[in-house]
Design a binder for this molecule. Structure first.
Ligand code: AP5
Ligand code: MG
Ligand code: ZN
Length: 217
């Protein structure tokens, strides 16, 4: 299945993606993770993306669209993919539709995770991620077994620069202005499935799996 994970910063897109990828063996394409990897490697893309990410702004559409199109052409995406953090503007969604159509493909479902702002702030300021494999942790609700070390790969677990409180507020503003319109965009297409993201991680996951199981393929 070709899937999109939609939701505000901190809704649990990356957390649910980890579980979905394990169950459905589908490639996880997170534009945020792609940019963080580019920053780590010190590539020109990383240098450009960092300017926007550190201030909580979106990387320009034309940069992101090109990267995702290229990724979707790789052979591992032939039988399905899970997009996380893309699209997040209407022009990105239009470009994705056109690109998939030209390849005889389409999005089967959009998983929209809903969580109120006060909870998002708490989740993001307590979040930690693995620098190596991007696994997601939380200092209170989902700590790594050994502080600072990833359970999965032994990599360094760190705090994202854009999880500083001032940057989080800006990201939430940007989400409301530029990404939230995608909810009605996909509802109109009849492929939106919304979930209460306040529920425990496993419960959200089971609800998502139930909904996906009911989608004809
Ligand atoms: P990106 O990396 O995509 O960040 P984001 O969308 O802001 O989302 P997050 O990764 O912060 O949150 P999440 O929903 O994945 O939550 P998580 O699972 O980690 O993008 C970063 C930046 O890159 C953007 O600001 C932009 O600059 C740029 N960018 C990326 N894509 C772009 C695009 N398409 N166009 C333009 N620019 C782009 O969970 C958060 C915390 O909550 C964790 O600690 C987790 O353990 C905890 N948690 C999760 N679920 C639950 C639960 N059910 N109950 C309790 N705790 C939970
Ligand atoms: Mg994420
Ligand atoms: Zn790791």
């Amino acid at each position: 299945m070709n899937l999109i994970l939609l939701g505000p910063p901190g809704a649990g897109k990356g957390t649910q993606a980890e579980l979905l990828v394990e169950r459905f063996k589908t490639p996880h394409i997170s534009t945020g993770d792609i940019f963080r990897a580019a920053i780590k490697e010190g590539t020109p893309l990383g240098t450009e993306a960092k300017r926007y990410m550190d201030s909580g702004q979106l990387v320009p559409d034309e940069v992101v669209i090109g990267i995702v199109n290229e990724r979707l052409l790789k052979s591992d995406c032939k039988n399905g993919f899970l997009l996380d953090g893309f699209p997040r503007t209407v022009p990105q969604a239009d470009a994705l539709d056109r690109f998939l159509q030209s390849n005889g493909r389409k999005i089967d479902a959009v998983i929209n995770i809903e969580v109120e702002s006060a909870v998002l702030l708490k989740r993001l300021t307590g979040r930690r991620v693995c620098r190596n494999c991007a696994a997601v942790y939380h200092i209170e609700s989902k700590p790594a077994k050994n502080t600072g070390i990833c359970d999965h790969c032994g990599g360094e677990v760190y705090q994202r620069d854009d999880d500083a409180p001032a940057t989080v507020s800006k990201r939430l503003e940007v989400y409301a202005a530029q990404t939230e319109p995608l909810i009605s965009y996909y509802r109109q297409k009849g492929i939106l499935h919304s979930f209460d993201g306040i529920k425990p991680i496993k419960e959200v996951f089971e609800k998502v799996c139930q909904a996906l199981g009911a989608i004809p393929q």
